[in-house]
Design a protein around this ligand. Structure first.
Ligand SMILES: Nc1nc2c(c(=O)[nH]1)N[C@H]1C(S)=C(S)[C@@H](COP(=O)(O)O)O[C@H]1N2
Ligand SMILES: [Mo]
Length: 202
């Protein structure tokens, strides 16, 4: 029975843990490395907000309380870092990007997530809708620790983990796919671990 983890029993929405390793990855087991391009920013929850801007009819702004009041889902998924570690069966809780993007009218096809500290990452909207991405504020039943992206971060588990931006403060919607931080530095514009899209040209 040891193999029956919480993520293994049916959960309707989202991509669940598969126990499969994408090419070139290894299982890090119980570890959970911290990978940050700069210092951990600290924004108080009173000052925190989440905005959806850019090509939208009306920009949206949520306070921390308004974000908390949105329906949260628990998801258990595998994550895959471009530095080659993967971690199976990570459990998070957060707001589906379907729920967040339903709050604006847009014809945009892409978004750029922006963060405290200046990090950005680009994503097709198709990749963050239909139960494939969340703004998570809890990990393993606890509030998300600051070094792992708290108060809230993106979780886009079907792409390399650099797309799961930490300390996210908003989404800028656009009709063009603008490279974010790592994508501008030679990492792949899309980053599918199953196709091993680590670097531009892969
Ligand atoms: N804001 C921000 N988000 C970020 C990063 C970062 O440096 N800044 N690093 C990315 C990378 S490369 C990875 S692998 C994951 C690491 O998340 P973790 O530190 O919780 O393991 O966060 C991603 N999100
Ligand atoms: Mo990473």
């Amino acid at each position: 029975m040891g193999f029956v983890s919480r993520g293994f029993v049916g959960r309707p929405e989202g991509r669940e843990r598969t126990g499969l390793l994408p090419p070139g990855q290894y299982d890090i087991g119980g570890g959970f490395p911290v990978l940050s391009a700069g210092p951990t920013p600290r924004t108080s929850l009173e000052d925190w907000d989440f905005t959806i801007t850019g090509e939208v009819d009306e920009p949206e702004r949520l306070t921390w309380q308004a974000f908390q009041d949105l329906p949260h889902e628990e998801v258990t998924v595998d994550i895959h870092c471009v530095t080659k570690w993967s971690k199976f069966g990570t459990t998070w809780s957060g707001v589906s990007l379907d729920t967040l993007l339903d709050r604006v009218e847009t014809s945009a096809d892409y978004l750029l997530a922006f963060c405290d500290g200046g990090y950005t990452t680009n994503l097709p909207i198709e990749d963050v809708t239909d139960g494939r991405a969340w703004m998570v504020d809890r990990y393993d039943g606890e509030p998300l620790e600051a070094h792992h992206g708290g108060p809230a971060r993106l979780l886009v588990p079907h792409l390399y983990f650099w797309k799961s931006a930490k300390w996210v403060r908003g989404l800028q919607l656009a009709s063009v796919d603008e490279p974010g931080f790592w994508e501008s530095l030679g990492y792949h514009i899309y980053g599918d671990p199953w196709r091993e899209q680590r670097y531009a040209g892969d």
